[in-house]
Design a protein. Structure first.
Ligand SMILES: [Zn+2]
Length: 65
């Protein structure tokens, strides 16, 4: 439930194209999972997993929900 609300919130604040650029790798993403990750961390899923440890990622998600 919480996750769903968060996704809806992100869809409202994200650009209409729903395309978000990762500040680390510069790739653009349009899929929900990467958008959520980019919204919380400014990193795509791949960069987040490479650059951040799991507790940091979980904290970012929890803080913003
Ligand atoms: Zn990236």
């Amino acid at each position: 439930m919480k996750q769903k609300k968060w996704e809806e919130h992100l869809k409202r604040i994200l650009p209409e194209s729903e395309e978000v650029e990762c500040k680390n790798c510069g790739l653009k993403f349009t899929d929900d999972y990467n958008l959520i990750c980019l919204g919380a961390l400014d990193l795509c899923l791949l960069c987040a997993n490479r650059n951040l440890d799991k507790p940091t990622i979980e904290r970012a998600y929890n803080v913003k929900q």
